[in-house]
Design a protein around this ligand. Structure first.
Ligand code: HEM
Length: 372
């Protein structure tokens, strides 16, 4: 099913959504930065970008920005999702010490239950809306047509679950990766320069980068790999559970054990990587990457089904930011790369940087303003 939802043809059908939202971000960043460098905060902008992309694919609606179809609904949903991230991302001590579960230590289960109920009601309204008006071409419409042919499998409950997992798995992960990537680039301006030369060579300066260009931009791709190596958006992947008794690295693991894979540690293991803590995209410039070594999307049957989509969004967004703007540190200060606790490795300090529209891009940005 995942293969179908995120198939190449389905991803291609949603291309204009990704292009539109990235153009809107470029316009926001270009305001007041056409002549001089301007300080911009990027964490919230990247989150809004990925949230709008995912929600437009799912439901055909934007939830951040000026032209919202229903401001109150959007506000309510945004707050709900932020709460879901807060409680959904917290580790539950009750999973490891059952006695804590009986007393619902920290009230985690109560809060999760409350949020789940609100989320279910909200998503059910969305589904009902699309059931009434079948004219749209969104993922919800696709699920509803599957429901007609396979009603026992595609129940409303399953559809609500699919939507939730796409929102929770597909927004923060991509946004956080963009934030780390740009932070690393601003700290390593020589890498940024090399990426820009690659873009100028393969895309030129007369038009904006587009998704078909990505296959030629190997250095840009290497920057994304290297960012995901150092700061994997899901450092412990998702919890897995052993379906049977098994032995892992000599340890007996009984059936139904929660298993966590520490991708973060594998990505920084000096036995696997040369100079593991340094940012060196060059290590990915040529040659195949061994899946066992670099696994920001997990591995095997439960790996992220949306790798292709994530790579397109990351490549197009980062490529556009490099192509359209000069970037600098604020007051010349190195960007702090300390990681905070959280399900998706957030930065302790939200990224702020100085940006200035590139001269060569002013023309392109005018075109962008005209067709958005
Ligand atoms: C940089 C971006 C992303 C990263 C690093 C990422 C990473 C991951 C990881 C590590 C897993 C779990 C794999 C495992 O435990 O073995 C996962 C699962 C998943 N991801 Fe992604 N992901 C990203 C973007 C997305 C996007 C854009 C979507 C959809 C819009 C998405 C949807 C999902 C879904 C539906 C699952 C499956 C959850 C399940 O099996 O229950 N992800 N992702």
């Amino acid at each position: 099913m995942a293969m179908e939802i995120f198939s190449t043809s389905r991803l291609n059908a949603f291309l204009s959504i990704r292009q539109d939202e990235i153009k809107l971000l470029l316009i926001r960043l270009s305001q007041n930065s056409s002549r001089d460098f301007k300080k911009v905060e990027l964490k919230s902008k990247f989150y809004e970008l990925t949230f709008n992309i995912v929600m437009r694919m799912i439901a055909g609606k934007r939830y951040y920005g000026d032209d919202l179809s229903n401001y109150e609904e959007a506000k309510e949903f945004r707050e709900l999702v932020i709460e879901a991230f807060k409680y959904g991302g917290a580790s539950n001590p009750g999973d490891f010490l059952p006695v804590l579960r009986w007393i619902d230590y920290q009230g985690l289960e109560k809060n999760l239950g409350r949020i789940q109920k609100k989320m279910d009601a909200f998503l059910q309204d969305l589904i009902n809306e699309h059931r009434r008006d079948k004219s749209k071409n969104t993922m919800i419409d696709h699920f509803l047509s599957l429901q007609e042919s396979q009603p026992d499998y595609y129940t409303d409950e399953i559809i609500r679950g699919l939507i939730s997992v796409m929102i929770l798995g597909g927004t923060n992960t991509s946004a956080v990766t963009m934030e780390w990537a740009l932070s690393l680039l601003v700290n390593h301006l020589e890498v940024l320069k090399k990426a820009r030369v690659e873009l100028d060579t393969h895309v030129g300066q007369e038009r904006l980068i587009d998704e078909p260009d990505l296959s030629k931009l190997h250095y840009l791709q290497a920057i994304i790999y290297e960012t995901s190596r150092l700061f994997p958006a899901a450092p412990l992947l998702l919890p897995h559970v052993s379906s049977d008794d098994c032995i892992i690295e000599g340890f007996n693991v009984p059936r139904d054990t929660i298993l966590l894979v520490n991708a973060w540690a594998i990505h920084r293991d000096p036995k696997v990587w040369d100079d593991p803590t340094s940012f060196k995209p060059e290590r990915f410039e040529c040659g195949e990457i061994e899946g066992r070594k670099l696994l920001p999307f997990g591995l095997g049957r439960r790996a992220c089904p949306a790798v292709g989509m994530a790579q397109r969004v990351l490549g197009l967004a980062l490529g556009s930011l490099i192509q359209c703007f000069e970037w600098e540190k604020v007051n010349g200060e190195t960007i702090d790369l300390t990681e905070a606790n959280g399900l998706t490795t957030p930065k302790v300090e939200p990224l702020e940087a100085m940006c200035k529209v590139r001269n060569v891009m002013s023309k392109v940005l005018c075109e962008v303003t005209n067709d958005v």
